[in-house]
Every structure is written in structure tokens, then in C-alpha cells.
Design a protein around this ligand. Structure first.
Ligand SMILES: Cc1cc2nc3c(=O)[nH]c(=O)nc-3n(C[C@H](O)[C@H](O)[C@H](O)COP(=O)(O)OP(=O)(O)OC[C@H]3O[C@@H](n4cnc5c(N)ncnc54)[C@H](O)[C@@H]3O)c2cc1C
Length: 383
């Protein structure tokens, strides 16, 4: 078994692992990125919606962008539709595979090494090193580094302690022409306690999916048969992808010589399940701490604890607010959701939505909760 060395080992070449690698390699560190798949961006399960803010901050190139999105339609359980349109783009749809490849290419250009087809089977921290055991082309190999970064996404069977709660995100690509808005569908029959979506990609195809606590395949099958969907559907590619989405942070995202970033750490918007933006933001925090550790030659647990303190102060209020909204939403009956959409069409919700931010939802959640309570919308239904 050979032993090979890097300054930093990154486990997982998703967008967050590769972005972390890019920033560290740019600063002159020797970075090794280990990816179990045979290609970058392979079999990704993601709708690819990112905000304008994310696009600008992280310099997402034009080649990766499929289209801007200016309008969202929300459908109530009875099919009542609320459309919200903005003159400027609300968000962008990106090609997630190309996006992942672009970030990884940037990392490699800065000198990082990507090991494909290389599954990390075990990690350990001992003798002043972060160590991994990998399996690649049938062979066992061992690598070590001064510091490790786990960016494996949310996998139910990996070596990280998981958040207690998670949901399933299931999706398929479908031929459907003439869809220009993001469509969001609510209702117990569609996605109890969550939502389903139709998201246009290239003018002829859309991504159709939903988030649910259980029975994802069953709900998707029913959703594809929903009259609002089925009558517009030509074919779907039968390739259905389903993955868990964390609904909260992991108990601890650091240790001596180690940080955990991205979806693996639970850095995800609990309202929508979107994880690209928060993950990228938090990876930059991780990079600053890793660089500090290298500068001071200090890889102690105390040094890396700072990473968790900073990232939590930046996004944890959003994670908690999103969970609060989910709890509230899960208690609504289909009738109440109908009433809510109806109310939004007539009354004060649209101005609040207009002022809201695509990535930061805490303020809108508080404003909406206050408005709904003041209008006694929920109370009326419960009594
Ligand atoms: C249906 C669905 C739709 C979504 N839509 C959106 C959206 O529109 N916008 C948005 O922002 N987010 C969305 N998300 C969430 C988004 O996809 C994730 O938050 C994002 O991929 C997280 O990036 P990551 O780099 O942390 O993890 P990942 O993208 O999961 O990357 C982890 C990488 O690590 C590799 N890996 C795992 N274990 C090992 C191992 N042991 N050894 C080596 N390699 C390993 C994996 O193969 C993978 O390549 C969606 C999620 C789902 C399920």
C-alpha cells in the first residue's frame, strides 16, 4: 500500500469541494481532490437554480447558464394560480454538470490534482496527519495531508454523523415545450409538507421534481399524472434521480485537522433545499481558517472551531427560520393552502414578496407570519 502526500485532501469533487480546492490551490497549497465517480458532474441530482447574487459573487460563466428566470407561478392544491413577475431576473438556471466541471477545472488550473474513480473508504487523524484510505481501480491506496476537507454532499451511508432530519429530493427530465416560468405546486397529494416543481431548462425540456419526507417515487409518479402536468408532457427520460436533503446542520463540522463543508455539513436552505450558494459561502470561510492554520502551523481542534462559529453566525438563522416555516406549513390543510394563495392574489403578500431576497428568507418568513397571524388566516380555519 503506497502512502502519498498533499497539503490538503478534499473528499468529494462537487461544487463545494472543488471551489474549496480552487481557493486553496490559488494560495499555493498542494491540494488533492478525491472523487468516487468516474467524471465530474456525473449523475448530479439538482435543478440548478441559483440567485443573481450567487452568480455575480462566484463569477459563474455564461457557458454554464441555461436561462434567466423572471417569473414564478405558484399553484394551490385546487389549481388556483398566482403568478409573480419581475422585470429583472429573479434567478438563473444553470447546467449543474457544466458548473461542477467548470469549478473543478479552475481548481486544476491552479495546480490541484483530481483523482477520479477514487472512493474514500476511511478517514482518520493520527500521528500529526489527516489520512484517507481509498479504493481506486481495485487497488487500495493511502494518502495523507496536514488538513482534510469533507465535501461529500449528503449521503446516508457515509462516515459523517448526520443531521437527524432529512427529506428526499426526486427529479426527472421531461420534454415539455413553452414553459418559461418556474412552476411550484403545493398540496398533500403532490408533496405533503413541501412542494413540487416544473423548471424550464432549454425551451423544449423541463425538470420536474418534488421534495417529500417519504415515498418519493410514488409521489413523483402521481405528480407526473396530475392533469396540470400530464396534458403538457411529451416524454420523460425515465431516469429518475432521488437523493436525501439535510434539514439542519450536523452536530459538529470540525475536528483537529478537519472541516466539513457544503451539504455534508447541512449548509442548505431549509425552505427550498438549495445548497449551492450557502455551501460556496461557507467554503470561503473554511478556506480562510485553513490558510490561518497553515500560516500559524496550528491544526488544532480549537483553530478549526472558529470555522463553525463563523459559518453558523452567517447562515444558521436562515436554517432555523426555514425549519420554522416548514413546521408551520406542515400543519396547513389543502384548504388552508388554497386560502393562502387566494389571499396572496388579493391582499398584502405580493408587496412583501417583492421586497424579499432570493437567498435570505428569514425576514420574509417573519413578515409573512406576522401578516397571516394579524389577518387571522390560520386561526379562522382551525376554529
Ligand atoms: C432534487 C434536488 C434539486 C436540487 N436543486 C437545487 C437548486 O436548484 N439549487 C441549489 O442551490 N441546490 C439544489 N439542490 C441541492 C444541491 O444539489 C446540493 O446542495 C449541492 O449539490 C451540494 O454540493 P456539495 O458539493 O456539498 O455536494 P455534492 O454536489 O453532493 O458533491 C459531493 C461529491 O462528493 C462525492 N463523494 C461522496 N462520497 C465520496 C467518497 N466517499 N469518496 C469520494 N467522493 C465522494 C460525490 O460523488 C459528489 O461528487 C438540489 C438537490 C436535490 C436533491
Amino acid at each position: 500500500m503506497s502512502k502519498e502526500i498533499h497539503d490538503v485532501i478534499i473528499v468529494g469533487a462537487g461544487p463545494i469541494g472543488s471551489h474549496t480546492a480552487y481557493l486553496l490551490a490559488k494560495e499555493g497549497l498542494d491540494v488533492g481532490i478525491f472523487e468516487k465517480n468516474s467524471g465530474i458532474g456525473k449523475d448530479v441530482n439538482c435543478t440548478g437554480i441559483v440567485s443573481t447574487e450567487c452568480l455575480k459573487i462566484f463569477g459563474i460563466p455564461d457557458e454554464v447558464i441555461l436561462r434567466p428566470v423572471n417569473s414564478i407561478k405558484a399553484f394551490s392544491p385546487s389549481g388556483n394560480c398566482l403568478r409573480y413577475h419581475s422585470a429583472s431576473p429573479l434567478a438563473y438556471i444553470i447546467n449543474r454538470s457544466l458548473f461542477d466541471q467548470d469549478i473543478n477545472r479552475r481548481a486544476v488550473t491552479e495546480g490541484a490534482t483530481t483523482y477520479l474513480n477514487t472512493k474514500v473508504e476511511n478517514i482518520s487523524i493520527s500521528d500529526g496527519s489527516f489520512k484517507i484510505k481509498v479504493k481506486t481501480e481495485g487497488k487500495d491506496r493511502e494518502f495523507r495531508s496536514k488538513t482534510g476537507v469533507i465535501a461529500t454532499g449528503f449521503e446516508l451511508n457515509s462516515f459523517i454523523k448526520k443531521p437527524k432530519r432529512f427529506l428526499y429530493g426526486i427529479q426527472t427530465d421531461v420534454k415539455m415545450e413553452g414553459v418559461n416560468d418556474i412552476e411550484v405546486y403545493f398540496g398533500k397529494q403532490i408533496a405533503p409538507e413541501s412542494f413540487g416543481w416544473v423548471v424550464p431548462t432549454n425551451g423544449k425540456s423541463v425538470k420536474i421534481g418534488l421534495i417529500t419526507k417519504k415515498n418519493p417515487a410514488e409521489f413523483l409518479k402521481k405528480f407526473l399524472q396530475n392533469p396540470l402536468i400530464a396534458q403538457r408532457l411529451s416524454t420523460y427520460d425515465r431516469k429518475i434521480r432521488c437523493s436525501p436533503i439535510p434539514l439542519g446542520r450536523i452536530p459538529k463540522s470540525y475536528a483537529e485537522r478537519l472541516v466539513i463543508v457544503g451539504e455534508a455539513a447541512g449548509q442548505v436552505k431549509t425552505t427550498t433545499g438549495g445548497g449551492i450558494y450557502f455551501g460556496l459561502l461557507c467554503s470561503e470561510i473554511a478556506v480562510n481558517i485553513i490558510l490561518k492554520a497553515f500560516k500559524n502551523g496550528n491544526y488544532s481542534e480549537k483553530m478549526f472551531k472558529e470555522y463553525e462559529r463563523i459559518w453558523r453566525s452567517k447562515v444558521e438563522h436562515e436554517i432555523k427560520a426555514g425549519r420554522m416555516l416548514r413546521n408551520l406549513f406542515s400543519r396547513l390543510s389543502d384548504n388552508q393552502i388554497d386560502l393562502l394563495i387566494d389571499f396572496a392574489k388579493r391582499d398584502g403578500i405580493l408587496p412583501i414578496i417583492k421586497k424579499s431576497h432570493f437567498d435570505w428568507h428569514k425576514d420574509i418568513i417573519i413578515s409573512l407570519s406576522r401578516l397571516l397571524i394579524s389577518k387571522k388566516l390560520f386561526k379562522k380555519q382551525y376554529s
